[in-house]
Ligand binder design. Structure first.
Ligand code: NAD
Ligand code: UFG
Length: 352
């Protein structure tokens, strides 16, 4: 079976490609490399010992997509491609709506035109906005507080409308919680451009000496130690969720919306301690003001994924930290060659 993986060179896509190859699928990666390196695919091929067909192109360009659908009989699409930085989405909303929403429309049009109607879509726990309670179930109210989150919400609605218009579509919406970690080989991992927005890459870069300290955004939340609580999930567990979704997709007779999380919440300081233990490195931190838009607690009720997909996360926080550290320490500059100096200040925080 041929699986088209849009955004397959990125963080979650590259890890998913390994499991797809191992499961015997033919993998075609389609990526514009706006936030990825070609090196990630080379390393995935090495890990899996199998080749990947890589096509450079943009999901907003119908002619790029038509070339693939004309050349291969694609059985299903896993759709990772899109922009994901919350802060950037506030500054560049049109770019986010264009890449994420317009891109998904063009992709679905190309799929329908070529008789491919099976899609697994990367949604996010961000669609729950500020949840009234935790753990979060799939039927909780939805809302968005920024253009990135709104793009995910719109796409979910759009895909539901598509199914209503033509029930031949097979659609799985996977709502990820906080993906962290790396493949156990330490050869592929998350490689954010510039200063990381997310906690785990920032901790890892601090431990390796690229950042002077971590800013902990708020210690006065209503949580066990005052810092924000999230559901961190190992990227290989997340990747496995996609393979399970693909195995079941043809049997679904409705749009499936599924949380992918562990069901456990860890605070920022829990993560710092776990990372220090896993890496043997000190992670200096300073308490900073709350980050705008952050919520106190967010963790999943993952029971529906277990019931429907027979999937559950198996990797611990210890493994998440150990695997992140292996990737970070083996590749201090990610996939790039250049050396970046140590930042003495966190430019995201107002120091005045
Ligand atoms: P990523 O940036 O590493 O991967 C996205 C990939 O899509 C990149 O390789 C990028 O080059 C490619 N891409 C972007 N726009 C494109 C376009 N117009 N055409 C073709 N390729 C394009 O991000 P990731 O962390 O692997 O996330 C994958 C998906 O999961 C995204 O849709 C993201 O919104 C979603 N998601 C991520 C997280 C997270 O914390 N990482 C959480 C929830 C949901
Ligand atoms: N945090 C810090 N310092 C940092 C970075 C983060 O203290 O330098 C804290 C945050 O305040 C939060 C926790 O660490 O309490 C996690 O923050 P992340 O930025 O790693 O993750 P978020 O939960 O804010 O958001 C992430 C993605 C979103 C996605 C969401 C749910 O960035 O795109 O998970 O999947 F929608």
């Amino acid at each position: 079976m041929h699986i088209l993986v849009t955004g397959g060179a990125g963080y979650i896509g590259s890890h998913t490609c390994i499991l797809l190859l191992e499961a015997g699928y033919e993998v075609i990666v389609f990526d514009n490399f706006s936030n990825a390196s070609k090196e990630s695919i080379k390393r995935v091929e090495k890990i899996a010992g199998k080749p990947i067909t890589v096509i450079e192109g943009d999901i907003r360009h119908r002619e790029d997509l038509d070339k693939i659908f004309d050349a291969y009989k694609i059985d299903a699409v896993i759709h990772f491609a899109g922009l994901k930085a919350v802060g950037e989405s506030v500054e560049e909303p049109l770019n986010y709506y264009d890449n994420n929403i317009h891109g998904t429309i063009v992709l679905c049009e190309a799929m329908a035109a070529h008789g491919c109607r099976s899609i697994v879509f990367s949604s996010s726990a961000t669609v729950y906005g500020e949840p009234h309670t935790t753990p979060i179930k799939e039927d909780f109210p939805l809302s968005a507080t920024n253009p990135y989150g709104r793009s995910k919400l719109f796409i979910e609605e759009m895909l539901r409308d598509l199914y209503i218009s033509d029930p031949a579509w097979k659609i799985v919406l996977l709502r990820y919680f906080n993906p962290v970690g790396a493949h156990i080989s330490g050869t592929i991992g998350e490689d954010p451009h510039g200063i990381p927005n997310n906690l785990m890459p920032f901790i890892a870069q601090t431990a390796v000496g690229k950042r002077a300290f971590l800013s902990v955004f708020g210690d006065d939340y209503d949580t066990h130690d005052g810092t924000g609580v999230r559901d961190y999930i190992h990227v290989m567990d997340l990747a496995d969720g996609h393979v399970k979704a693909l195995e079941k997709i043809e049997s679904f007779n409705e749009v499936m919306t599924i949380n992918l999380g562990t069901g456990k919440g860890y605070s920022v300081l829990d993560m710092v301690k776990a990372f220090e233990k896993a890496s043997g490195k000190h992670v200096p931190y300073k308490i900073a003001p709350r980050r705008a838009g952050d919520i106190a607690k967010c963790f999943a009720d993952p029971s529906y994924a277990k019931k429907i997909l027979g999937w559950e996360a198996t990797r611990s926080i210890k493994e998440m930290c150990e695997d992140s550290w292996r990737w970070q320490s083996n590749n201090p500059n990610g996939y790039a060659e250049e050396i970046v100096g140590v930042a003495e200040k966190d430019p995201r925080v107002n120091h005045s």
